[in-house]
Design a protein around this ligand. Structure first.
Ligand SMILES: CC(C)(COP(=O)(O)OP(=O)(O)OC[C@H]1O[C@@H](n2cnc3c(N)ncnc32)[C@H](O)[C@@H]1OP(=O)(O)O)[C@@H](O)C(=O)NCCC(=O)NCCSC(=O)Cc1ccccc1
Length: 203
C-alpha cells in the first residue's frame, strides 16, 4: 500500500471552519492590546461560536472512531490536519521513496524568540514529519528518542522546508533524520529512533 501523503481536503465544511479559526488565532496574536477592536465583544462572539459547536458536537467516542477511520493519513493531527486549527497545516510531497518534504510559512502564533519559530513548534513539526516519512518508506513506529540540534534561529514569515528521510530499519528499530531549512540553510536538524509499535485505532 502506498501512503497517501496529503489528507484529503474539503473546500467547505470543517476544513473551511478550521481555516477561519486559524485566521482568528493569527489575528488575535497580531492584535494584542494594541488593537482598536472591542475585545470583550470579540470574546462574546467567539464564546457564542464555541457554545454552538459544543451543543452540536457528537459523543467523544463517536468522534474518536470517526477521526481514526481508515488506515491512511489522519485529517485531525496538529501538523498536517486540515480540520485542526492548530496545524499550519503542512502538505507533504515525496522527494524519493524514503524522503518527504513540505513547505510552510509560519506566523506570530508560532513565535518563540523574536520573529523566530518556537523551539517546541520545530520539535512538533519534525517529530511528525519523521513519523510520516517512516510511513512513506514502508515501516513506521512510535517515537522513542528525538534528538534536535538548533543551528540558527528559524524565521517566521519566510518559507521553510521541512523534510525527513528514513535511514535504516533494524528489527523494530527505525532510524530517521530530518531538517527545517530556510533559504537552503539548516535551522534545525533531527535524529529520531522509532520503535515499530502500532496502538490500535478506535473502532
Ligand atoms: C514504543 C516504545 C517506544 C517502546 O516500547 P515497547 O514496544 O514496549 O518496546 P520494548 O521495551 O519491547 O523495546 C523494543 C526495542 O526497542 C528498544 N527501545 C525501546 N525504547 C528505546 C529507547 N528509548 N531508546 C533506545 N532503545 C529503545 C528496546 O531496547 C528494544 O530493543 P531490542 O528489541 O531488545 O533490541 C514505548 O516506550 C512507547 O510507547 N513510548 C511512548 C511513545 C510515544 O508516545 N511517542 C510519541 C508519540 S508517536 C509520534 O508522535 C510520532 C509519530 C508521528 C506521526 C506518525 C507516527 C508517529
Amino acid at each position: 500500500m502506498t501512503l497517501d501523503l496529503q489528507a484529503e481536503h474539503q473546500a467547505t465544511g470543517v476544513d473551511a471552519a478550521a481555516a477561519a479559526a486559524r485566521r482568528v488565532v493569527d489575528a488575535l496574536v497580531r492584535s494584542g492590546d494594541l488593537s482598536g477592536a472591542d475585545m470583550s465583544e470579540v470574546a462574546d462572539r467567539l464564546n457564542a461560536v464555541a457554545d454552538d459547536l459544543e451543543a452540536a458536537a457528537p459523543p467523544l467516542r463517536d468522534r474518536l472512531v470517526d477521526m481514526w477511520r481508515g488506515d491512511g493519513n489522519t485529517r485531525h493531527d496538529p501538523v498536517t490536519g486540515p480540520e485542526n486549527p492548530i496545524a499550519p497545516p503542512l502538505e507533504y510531497t515525496a522527494a524519493d521513496s524514503r524522503t518527504i518534504e513540505a513547505t510552510a510559512t509560519l506566523g506570530l502564533p508560532y513565535q518563540g524568540p523574536p520573529s523566530s519559530v518556537h523551539g517546541g513548534i520545530s520539535a512538533l513539526l519534525l517529530d511528525h514529519t519523521l513519523g510520516v516519512a517512516n510511513g512513506w518508506a514502508g515501516k513506521s513506529g512510535m517515537t522513542a528518542e528525538l534528538t534536535l540540534r538548533y543551528h540558527r534561529l528559524t524565521p517566521l514569515f519566510e518559507p521553510l522546508t521541512i523534510s525527513a528521510r528514513q535511514v535504516s530499519v533494524d528489527g523494530r528499530r527505525i532510524r530517521t533524520v530530518g531538517a527545517i531549512q530556510a533559504g537552503g540553510e539548516d535551522c534545525v536538524t533531527a535524529e529520531g529512533l522509532f520503535i515499530a509499535k502500532y496502538p490500535p485505532r478506535p473502532r
